[in-house]
Design a protein around this ligand. Structure first.
Ligand code: 5RP
Length: 223
């Protein structure tokens, strides 16, 4: 069992009967879906809501009940991976293409459990990856101009010979910023730019980070 599988198993064992569970997207979230489905097969009663079509398909194939986000105003727990986690539990997400649903579920959950291996722990958000910024296609040049004014450097995310397109039909700018800008500052500044649909900084949303390292699971919590 690798570290991602180990944290996924640990998180699945935290889920209780009757919960509405949000399913993230990515390899770690996939391990969680598999472990949750296994508990469901053993009698755990749960309802799930997915952050992407890929996760919804996987969950349904494994026998889980998946309901539409439109039917929910809040959920008990959301479980997802991350690309980076800082010491104050800010996250960078969005190497996939479902940022909008991911942040909605993170915000609507009583508990947001983030599953990572120790390679995702960083000193600052943006250390290893650029910040993904989803933009409405017609707004990308104006958003790029605003974000360059903030000190950002980057371009539209490519995909093969074309451009990456999210499940909402947005384009993605991958932008690097000066190390002096904190995730709080970046979050506030990006939230204020018109034309940005969503961005990959998840500030003060995680309630616990489950870190897998050397066959152990360490849990970081808020407060
Ligand atoms: C997708 C995400 C993923 O959670 C993140 O990319 C981590 O992926 P993985 O679990 O495959 O390492 O944010 O948008």
């Amino acid at each position: 069992m690798n570290d991602k599988q180990r944290v996924a198993l640990h998180a699945a064992n935290l889920i209780e009967d009757g919960m509405v569970v949000g399913l993230g997207t990515g390899s770690t979230a996939n391990y969680f879906i598999d472990e949750l489905a296994s508990r469901h097969a053993d009698g755990l009663t749960i309802t799930t809501v997915a952050s992407s079509i890929v996760s919804a398909n996987r969950a349904q194939q494994m026998g889980l009940t998946v309901i539409a986000m439109e039917q929910l105003s809040n959920i008990d727990v959301y479980v997802d991976g991350a690309d980076e986690v800082s010491p104050n539990m800010a996250l960078l997400k969005g190497r996939g293409s479902d940022l909008v649903r991911e942040k909605l579920l993170a915000n609507a959950s009583d508990q947001f459990l983030v599953l990572i291996d120790s390679s995702k722990c960083v000193d600052r958000i943006g250390q290893n990856f650029p910040i993904p910024i989803e933009v409405a296609p017609f707004s990308w040049k104006m958003v790029l101009h605003s974000v360059v004014d903030m000190g950002g450097k980057g371009a539209l995310r490519p995909n093969g010979d074309g451009l990456a397109v999210t499940s909402h039909g947005s384009l993605v700018l991958d932008m690097a910023f000066d190390a002096a800008l904190t995730s709080q500052q970046l979050n506030e500044q990006l939230n204020a730019v018109p034309g940005i649909v969503e961005h990959g900084i998840f500030e003060q949303l995680a309630t616990a980070i489950l870190i897998g390292e050397n066959d152990q699971v360490t849990i970081l919590k808020t407060g």
